[in-house]
Design a protein around this ligand. Structure first.
Ligand code: S3P
Length: 176
């Protein structure tokens, strides 16, 4: 069983599909709460000295997931902060257990058309290279949504502005 969330004490981890707004909402949320912000994808890139696309290309997805697991383990060990995770991070059993135990996990959900529109046509994300965004997101949502639903809280990230999404999170966690 995941531990009870303690939003006043724990880091806040945003999870969800690509295009859900984890990075931009996370950055705004951190600002609102005067907490540091960390983007797991950016941390992985910095640690590897390569872009995520390059890591996938040169070493494959399994290697990327290993790096992602290590980076998230380091982030949850750090000071209380807002962490935007990559869309696949919470699918890893070990990473998920760590996030649920050490952070308040928020699933940023949204309808697939909105998410697909955000991703646009040309995108740096390797999973999107050979697939049409809407079709890929539908495939990922089917596999991942039941797992994302294990997060402590779910917030829709597709209704209204990102500032409003931040407001909903702050209210929900009682951090206003
Ligand atoms: C991935 C999502 C990406 C990034 C990588 C794999 C996924 O992060 O980690 O391309 O498996 O859904 P974002 O969700 O921040 O785009």
């Amino acid at each position: 069983m995941p531990e009870a969330p303690e939003p006043h004490k724990k880091s806040i981890a945003l999870i969800g599909l690509m295009g859900a707004g984890k990075t931009s909402v996370g950055r705004r949320l951190a600002k609102r709460l005067s907490l540091p912000f960390a983007d797991a994808d950016a941390e992985i890139e910095a640690a590897a000295g390569l872009s995520i696309a390059e890591i996938f290309e040169r070493f494959g997805e399994a290697h990327f997931r290993d790096g992602e697991r290590r980076v998230i383990a380091r982030l949850v060990d750090g000071p209380r902060q807002v962490i935007a995770t990559g869309g696949g991070a919470f699918m890893d059993e070990e990473t998920r257990a760590l996030i649920l135990a050490r952070c308040t996990a928020i699933w940023l959900d949204g309808d697939l058309d909105t998410l697909a529109a955000r991703l646009g046509r040309r995108d740096h994300r390797p999973l999107l290279r050979d697939k049409e965004p809407r079709a890929l997101l539908a495939e990922l949502a089917e596999a991942r949504n039941p797992i994302y639903a294990l997060a402590h809280f779910t917030v829709r990230g597709d209704a209204g502005t990102q500032e409003r999404t931040v407001g909903r999170i702050v209210d929900l966690l009682g951090l206003a």
